[in-house]
Design a protein around this ligand. Sequence first.
Ligand SMILES: CC(C)(COP(=O)(O)OP(=O)(O)OC[C@H]1O[C@@H](n2cnc3c(N)ncnc32)[C@H](O)[C@@H]1OP(=O)(O)O)[C@@H](O)C(=O)NCCC(=O)NCCS
Length: 176
Amino acid sequence: MRIFDLFEQYDNIEVRKLTRTNVDILRLLDLILDVFHEQYGLDKNEVEEAIHPMSFALGLYHNEELIGAYIFREDDLSFDDLKNHCDIQIDEQEAESLLRGRGIEGVSLAVRSEYKNRGYGKILIEHSKKLNYDYIWGQQLKLLGNLNHWLKRRTHVATYISETSHEVYITVERIN
Ligand SMILES: CC(C)(COP(=O)(O)OP(=O)(O)OC[C@H]1O[C@@H](n2cnc3c(N)ncnc32)[C@H](O)[C@@H]1OP(=O)(O)O)[C@@H](O)C(=O)NCCC(=O)NCCS
């Protein structure tokens, strides 16, 4: 399915929505494995676990090659749940306005290393705002050291310690 004609016009780039039944799902797994193995040393099991909750993904194609992806899980974030499990970073009123409506979790964002720093990640980020949801949220491991990138667009709403004793930030961006 072609849903992003504008970029295709000048750069042979297309964004397509991929579901679990899509023929490209194995290419998606390969892409995430390659990127996260190279960047963070993750193995196949860790990658499969990371993308297990996927509801759908946006795939970024360059001349029919899958070069990037943004994986999503359909799920709302409840402020009451956050209060019970996390250290909250914002007040209740701000949380109410950020978390109104339907949310999705952005689970993984990846662009193949040979295509990085050309604005392709940004195409996926911008395209995610056209999805039919009210806010996108995500969980960022402190040890990845990338919170500042996410805070260009998102608000840091909470922090918790994972079962594996890692500090995790929860960030939210309204898209509607
Ligand atoms: C993150 C990543 C997808 C960016 O792709 P890219 O094509 O190089 O990105 P672009 O050149 O389009 O830059 C887009 C944005 O990515 C952001 N970005 C760069 N590295 C990032 C990172 N590690 N985490 C989150 N965002 C990042 C930048 O802030 C930039 O924002 P700006 O243009 O508004 O300043 C790519 O570097 C990648 O695959 N990294 C390895 C996997 C990863 O760390 N994913 C994020 C955690 S899930």
